[in-house]
Design a protein around this ligand. Structure first.
Ligand SMILES: Cc1cc2nc3c(=O)[nH]c(=O)nc-3n(C[C@H](O)[C@H](O)[C@H](O)COP(=O)(O)O)c2cc1C
Length: 450
């Protein structure tokens, strides 16, 4: 009988390799062919959200590095791919996330309906089982739940035939580890649906109010890695920031880039965060959670906060936008932001998420401080409301989320609007590919086999 093929993506960010060694030994002893990638050894390019892997060179990332190509090729040949990571704010480490973001070419741009949710059509006919193993840094049930939900959502996004996920303690006995690894690789868990995600939505303390501070410094961290400065995140976050500026706050915008990998860039980021009374993180959803550069920036900030003394009270507000029409895909990412706030000793000021981010970005035409006319007007009214609330020293309540995600076409039921969105979205991808001289047949290229 042919041996099972297993790929291990080791997202461990330190030299402590006990867990990953056990993992590969156990899997090898289960008579499998193991391909092991120690990701921290590679300086991988990150996804910049250019979508060229869909509309210019279908199936292949524009970054063209051999390591990532080897990883995707190995994954698509495998029966099981294992994501191994220290649990980082209830998600994956940046070391692993840089690779996960680059899974995007494994999907087609086209939208489809899967179990009542929007998903992308698979590019390949067969995907591996996905197994997530997270190593707990400090015991925290909310972080564990967010991590488990994240792995399930990634598995569903990538049409894995099954998935399983387990959380380990960093200091577990070798024998316990072996037993747990055996169990998890042989198990099949159920996929978290929108109801499970709703339970993870990070709520706020409704009575919170900073009466001592009505004017201060607000910092917007723009989490989109798009190279041109035209991201939906900058647009949406900019709205909240502008509202605070009009209320008298000093406002600054910063877009974390690869400079956070260097000492100088890290220092600048941490200094900007230290000056802020309110930090707003506005980001696009990348493979069910925060993009690589945001995770990296958060790791840097959390490490800085851990070492610093005499912390002043700060609030964190998160603003997510995702490509699918349903906003609930972003709930895990908001939970990740909440975990980050807790780690840094920042007060959680609430989070908002919207779907159809690209559509909202395109429909927005004004540059004159007025709300855009038409269906997306409500979105910008809700953002203004969030900005005013933060400027007053309060937290943003779930009621604002409800207004933020209303069906953009008045009185149209969500299911109908979603169908229209998918049809229009699919046409839009075709048009863009055509403009690049890519034929319909070429769109379906499957460079990694099967
Ligand atoms: C690598 C990558 C992964 C993405 N993953 C998701 C996803 O898991 N779910 C989703 O709804 N949208 C996903 N999107 C779509 C983006 O969230 C969407 O295009 C967003 O509006 C981009 O915002 P920005 O302009 O601020 O970068 C992904 C986009 C990219 C490039």
């Amino acid at each position: 009988m042919a041996k099972k093929k297993v790929v291990i993506l080791d997202g461990n960010d330190t030299g402590c390799a006990a867990g990953s060694t056990v993992l590969s030994q156990v899997i090898q002893s289960a008579s499998a062919d193991v391909q092991y990638f120690r990701l921290r050894d590679h300086n991988l390019a990150h996804c910049t959200g250019c979508f060229k892997c869909w509309i210019e060179t279908p199936g292949i990332c524009a970054a063209h590095d051999d390591v990532c190509r080897d990883i995707l090729h190995a994954m698509m040949q495998s029966d099981m791919t294992v994501l191994y990571t220290p649990i980082t704010f209830g998600g994956c480490s940046s070391v692993l996330k840089v690779v996960i973001d680059r899974f995007l070419p494994l999907l087609m741009p086209y939208f489809m309906n899967k179990k009542g949710e929007t998903r992308h059509v698979p590019r390949y006919t067969r995907f591996p089982k996905l197994v997530g193993i997270g190593v707990r840094q400090q015991g925290n049930p909310y972080e564990d739940s967010a991590f488990k939900a994240l792995i399930g959502r990634i598995a569903e996004n990538f049409h894995a035939p099954s998935f399983s996920v387990e959380v380990f303690d960093g200091n577990e006995e070798r024998l316990t580890l072996i037993k747990k690894v055996y169990e998890v690789i042989n198990r099949s868990d159920s996929v978290p649906d929108s109801d499970t995600l709703a339970g993870l939505f990070p709520g706020v303390d409704p009575d919170f109010s900073t009466t001592t501070l009505n004017i201060g410094n607000a910092l917007l961290l723009v989490g989109s890695p798009k190279v041109q400065n035209n991201s939906n995140s900058a647009l949406l976050g900019g709205y909240v920031l502008d509202t605070m500026r009009l209320a008298g706050w000093n406002t600054t915008m910063l877009k974390p880039d690869r400079s956070v990998l260097q000492e100088e860039g890290r220092a600048a980021l941490c200094a900007a965060v230290d000056r802020a009374d309110v930090v707003i993180v506005a980001f696009p959803l990348y493979i069910d959670t925060l993009p690589y550069l945001v995770v990296k920036a958060m790791e840097v900030i959390a490490e800085h906060k851990r070492k610093s003394s005499g912390k002043r009270p700060q609030r964190l507000f998160a603003l997510a936008n995702n490509g699918y029409p349903e906003f609930h895909h972003s709930i895990v990412a908001l939970a990740n932001c909440r975990c980050f706030a807790d780690r840094c000793g920042m007060y959680w000021a609430g989070g908002l998420a919207t779907g159809a981010g690209e559509m909202i970005g395109r429909k927005h035409k004004n540059g004159n401080g007025q709300h855009p006319e038409g269906p997306v007007r409500k979105v910008f009214e809700a953002l203004e409301d969030a900005g005013e609330t933060l400027a007053r020293g309060n937290t943003v309540q779930y009621e604002t989320q409800r207004r933020f995600t209303r069906t953009p076409i008045p009185f149209m039921p969500f299911v109908l609007w979603r169908r229209m969105f998918r049809t229009a979205g699919n046409k839009c991808w075709d048009t863009q590919a055509e403009q690049n001289g890519v034929t319909k047949e070429e769109m379906y290229a499957a460079p990694y086999g099967v």
